[in-house]
Design a protein around this ligand. Structure first.
Ligand code: NDP
Length: 333
């Protein structure tokens, strides 16, 4: 049992030899960073970036001790921000929280109110973290494809890294919206999982193992949500349909893109960049509202792997190996 101003946190420290170590600590409110809203956190989640931070990789954290956790959801405990009052249910993703700022792997967080979004009716904190940055970004990607005119009758939409967080949610949203979804995965055993989310066709990752040599190939997909990047994206671009669009979300397979401009010039293919971290607030609110209607809750629930703060050091290693399927939801209490 902790006193009212005490809370548990997963704290990372860096030793003189550069090694980053995780430990559970009981902190008091005065340890919290500056900010105009204090949130009693109930749930957080695990992103690839959290894996990097937990393992001291990627140079994302500037100062230690550090509380990781890129995303959190909970209830406002205290606020001097005009838009938030005690008791409001809120969600935070991005803004470099969990990297430059203390994050959600704790029972309390203090942040700028401008970074928070009120949870839309229909989504509680647990499900908001099942969505997390990954699902929120998938929604941004789908909205970008829609704004680009990719409608369900334009043709199939490909989702890469389909069993991952971004991919799983993208498959479920697109299927609910009536798109024909083709899912690329390296996990043959996940076919039933992906079909249950709404994928009609499974495309084995091995199909992208060799770099394509021609600038254009047979037209296959009207749209793509790409969580993988690298050679997979390079192989996809020549296979996009006339006026198709690829929402580039991730780099799970690499950050280099060796391709030609021919699909852009001869087929009017567009490559749409998706950033969730600094995304403006109005677009965030639109995406969270859309998630309530466009992401079937039973599919979301099927993606959830429950976890506690104590599981995070191990999970942080596993996500870096691509060994986490679906969405980890961390109950911090
Ligand atoms: P996950 O680790 O949950 O999923 C990534 C998936 O990609 C894996 O499950 C696997 O799926 C596939 N994959 C992994 N390694 C490779 C590889 N070497 N080659 C091909 N496929 C691979 O991560 P997330 O879904 O959370 O994130 C996906 C990407 O999106 C990451 O790069 C992340 O940094 C980025 N991201 C970007 C955001 C933005 O704002 N732009 C926001 C959130 C994430 P399978 O086995 O099914 O093929």
């Amino acid at each position: 049992m902790t006193a009212a101003n005490e809370f548990r946190a997963l704290v990372l420290t860096k030793g003189d030899d550069g090694t980053v170590t995780a430990a559970f600590e009981t902190l008091t409110d005065d340890a919290l960073p500056e900010g105009d809203v204090t949130v009693r956190v109930s749930h957080s989640t695990l992103n690839y970036k959290d894996g990097l931070v937990l393992n001291g990789l990627g140079g994302l954290v500037r100062t230690y001790p550090h509380v990781p956790g890129v995303d959190f959801a909970g209830t406002v405990e205290a606020s001097s921000h005009p838009d938030f009052k005690e008791g409001d249910a809120v969600v935070l993703t991005g803004w470099r929280v969990g990297e430059v700022h203390w994050g959600g792997y704790a029972q309390k967080a203090r942040v700028k109110g401008d970074w928070l979004v009120k949870l839309p009716p229909g989504l509680d904190a647990r499900r908001a973290m099942a969505v997390g940055t990954a699902g929120f970004t998938s929604m941004l990607a789908v909205i970008a494809l829609e704004k680009h005119g990719i409608t369900p009758d334009a043709g199939p939409v490909l989702v890469t890294g389909a069993t991952g967080g971004v991919g799983s949610v993208a498959v479920a949203i697109l299927a609910k919206l009536g798109y024909t979804v083709e899912a690329v995965t390296g996990k043959a055993e996940s076919e039933a999982y992906l079909k249950d989310l709404g994928a009609t066709t499974i495309v084995p990752r091995g199909e992208f193992a060799e770099p394509v040599t021609k600038p254009l190939l047979k037209e296959r997909w009207a749209g793509c949500v790409d969580a993988v990047g690298g050679q997979m994206l390079a192989n996809i671009l020549p296979q996009m349909k006339y006026r198709g669009a690829v929402a580039a979300v991730g780099l799970a397979g690499g950050n280099k893109l060796e391709t030609t401009v021919v699909p852009f010039l001869l087929r009017g293919v567009n490559l749409l960049g998706i950033d969730s971290v600094m995304c403006p607030k109005a677009e965030r609110e639109e995406a969270w509202t859309r998630l309530v209607t466009d992401l079937p809750l039973d599919k979301l629930d099927a993606m959830i792997h429950p976890a506690t703060l104590a599981d995070l050091p191990d999970l942080g290693k596993r996500i870096l190996k691509g060994a986490v399927t679906g969405r980890v939801v961390v109950d911090v209490n």
